[in-house]
Design a protein around this ligand. Sequence first.
Ligand code: ADP
Ligand code: ZN
Length: 751
Amino acid sequence: MYANVIIDIMHEKLDRTFQYEVPRELEGKLCPGMQVSFPFGNGDRQRKGYVLELTEEPQWDPSKIKKLSGIAKKGIAAEGELIALACWLKEAYGCTMIQALHTVLPVRDRVQGGEKVYVRLAGDTCKVDSYLALCGKRGYRARARLIRRLKDCPEGLDTGRLSSEGTAGMPVIRALEQLGIVRCERREAFRRPEVSKNPEYGRKELNEEQQAAVEAIWENGAAAGREGKEPPVALLYGVTGSGKTEVYLELIRRTMEEGRQAIVLIPEIAMTYQTLTRFYTRFGDQVSVMNSRMSAGERYDQFERARRGEIRVVIGPRSALFTPFDRLGLIIVDEEHEGAYKSEQMPRYHARDVAIRRAGMCGAAVVLGSATPSVDSYWHAERGDYKLVRLPHRAGAGQLPRVYVEDMRRELREGNRSVFSARLRGQMEACLQRREQAMLFLNRRGYSGVLSCRSCGEAVKCPHCVVALAVQRAGGQRHLVRHHCGDVREAPKTCPSCGSRYLSELRAGTQQIESLVRAEFPGARVLRMDMDTTRNKHDHERILSAFAAGEADILVGTQMIVKGHDFKNVTLVGVLAADMSLGAGDYRACERTFQLLTQAAGRAGRGERAGEVTIQTYQPEHYSIRLAAAQDYEGFYEREIAYRSLLRYPPCGHMLAVLASCREEEHLRRAVGYLKEMAERICAGQGVQVIGPAQSGIYRVKDVYRRNLFLKGGSLEQLAGVRRKLEKYIGANQGFDSVQIQFDPDPMQAL
Ligand code: ADP
Ligand code: ZN
C-alpha cells in the first residue's frame, strides 16, 4: 500500500504529492486527510504532511520509495469530503493544494485551554434585589452594573469578559463575593460565547407565507435528494423583517429531527447577541458559534465537538463551512449578497459557491437568504437553477417604511450648506420629541476619495474612460489619480460639467457627523459606531445593546449599523451621502449601493409604529437610489442585468482577475507587461479580452505595489485553462519570483 502525501509548507514549488510506502503496522489505520510524518529530502529530515490518497500502484521503482514514519499525533484528520472539497478548491480557484488544505482544515494543532473564573449571582433574588436598591441609594454604580449584568446571565460570566466589556474589575467582584452577593468559581474554559436564553425568542407560530416558504424549500430539498442530481438550492427572497430567521429555525428543526446537521453562515458583522440568542433559545447546547476572533484552541474544540456529534448546528462566518459534520443536511447562507462571503486570500473562494459544492457532495440542501439577493443568485433563480421562494411582507406588526429622497444639490441652491436636509432635520426633531430613536447611516463604502461636484452631483471623471478619478494628497496639494493608468494630474478648481466651485471629496467622517448632531440637537443622547469605537472585542455588542436598551436617542455609524439588529423603537433612518459608493468605478458599485440603501431603510419601523427613511443624495435620478427608495428589487434587477448582459459582466459572462503585487514599482510594471503579452497570446481567437493593467483600488499598501489584469469572456473552464498556462509561464520565469500573483475567478471588484 502506498500513500500520496503533501508537505505542509507554504510554497508553490512544493505543490505536488510525494509517494511513501505504508508500513505494515499502519495499514488499515490511515485514511485520506490524516496528518503523517515521514523522512524527506537528501538528509531524511522528518517532515509532516497530509495523506491525500491511498493507492496500491507505486509511482516508480518500489525499492526507491521511502516509508512513512508514523501518524503525527497533534494533527486532526479531515473527513474525506473536506479533502475532496480541497481538491475542488485547488482546481476552481487556482491555488496550491496546501492552501486549499489549510482552508478546509483551519485548525491543525490542539491548543490546551486554560481555566477561567466565572462569576454569578449567589443568594436569593430578594437579597440581591434589596442590595441592588441599596447600591442605588449609596451610589455604588459599578456594583449595581455588575449585578444587573449578571441578572441577564444566570450561568455566569468570566472575569476577563466582565473587565474587557467595562462592567466590573476584580476589586468590585471581590467585594460582592465577600458580601455573599456573587459567587466565583473556576471552570475549565467554557469555550463558547456566553449567550443565554430569552423566552421572547421562543418558537413562533409561522404565518402563512412563512409556512408556505418552509414547505416549498423542504419539498425542493427532498426532491433533489430523491433524484440525487443537482444540489437543491433555494433562494429565499424576503423583504427586511419578513421573518426569514424563523423559516431557517424551522428548517433546522426538521433537519435535526431527521438526525442530520446544519451549518448557518452569517456575515461576521451581523453576528449579534440578539441573533445568537434566537438560536440558543431554540436549540440550546446543540448549537455552537464560531467567529474569527476565536483562538485556534477554541476552534479546535468546536470542530472536535462537531466530529463527536455533541453539537449539531454551527453558526459562523464563511470558515464554518468546513465544520466536519458527517451527516450534513442543510446549509443556510444568510444575507447571501454580502461581500464578506468572498475570501480575500488564496483560494479566493466564494462561500456561496463552496456551500453549494459541499452540499452536492453529501446530499444536503442549501438555502440562500436575503432581502436584496445578489444579482448572481437572482439570475440563477430566474433560469431555474435555484428555486425562488418569496416572503413579500413583514412578519410582525411592522410595515415597510415610507422613504423620501432629498436632493442635496437643491438644498445647496436654496442656501442650506449643512449636512442635514431641511426634511431630515425636521424629522429628527419630531422623532426626538416623540421619544423614539433614530439611526444616521453614513455610506462610506467604496471609493471614499472621489471628488464630486456639490452643485450638479457629477463625480469628476477621467477624460478617456468613464471611471471616477480618485483623490490623493501629496504635500498638501490635492492631486487626482486616474484609476486605470495611474496618471497623476492636478485637481480641477471648478466642476468640468457645470463650472461650479463647490467641489468636495465627500469625506465627512462619522466623528464629524456625531459632533454636528450634538451641536444641532443639544438635548439628544448620541452613540457612534464605526471602526474607531469598535476596536475591542465586545464594543460592538456594548454599543448595540446600549442603543437597544434606549440609552441613546441617535445612533450614528457606518455600514456596521445596518446589519442584523432589530430595534423596535427606531422610527427614523437617515442616510447621508447615499451616492458615496457609486463612484467606485467597478461593475458592482450600483449593486452594492442598492443593497446598502435598501438594508438601511429596512431598519426603520420594525415595531408597532411606522417608520420613515430619508436618503440624502447628489444623484437622486440614479437608478440605484431611485429604486432602493421605492424598495423595488425586481425593477433594480431588470436594469442591472441588462447592463451586465450588454457588457458581459458576471453572471452574464465570466472573468478572471490576475492580481499582482511587488515591492518594486518598476519591476512590477514590467512583469505585468509581460504577463499581459502572454495572456493576449494565449487568449487569441478565444473570445477572451485582456483588460488592464490597472492599478488596484489601493495602489500601494505598506510599500507593496499592486497591479491587476482582467480577463473577460469565455467560460469558466476556458478561463481556468488560460490560468493554468499563465501559471506555467510564471513558474518558468525567475523574473516573477519577487512578484506575488493571485487569481480571482469572477471577482467581486473589476473594471
Ligand atoms: P428577517 O430575518 O427576515 O429580517 P426576522 O426573522 O428577524 O426577519 O423577523 C422580524 C421580526 O418579526 C422579528 O421581531 C420576529 O420576532 C418577528 N416575527 C417573525 N416571524 C413571526 C411570526 N410568525 N409571528 C410573529 N412575529 C414574527
Ligand atoms: Zn458640477
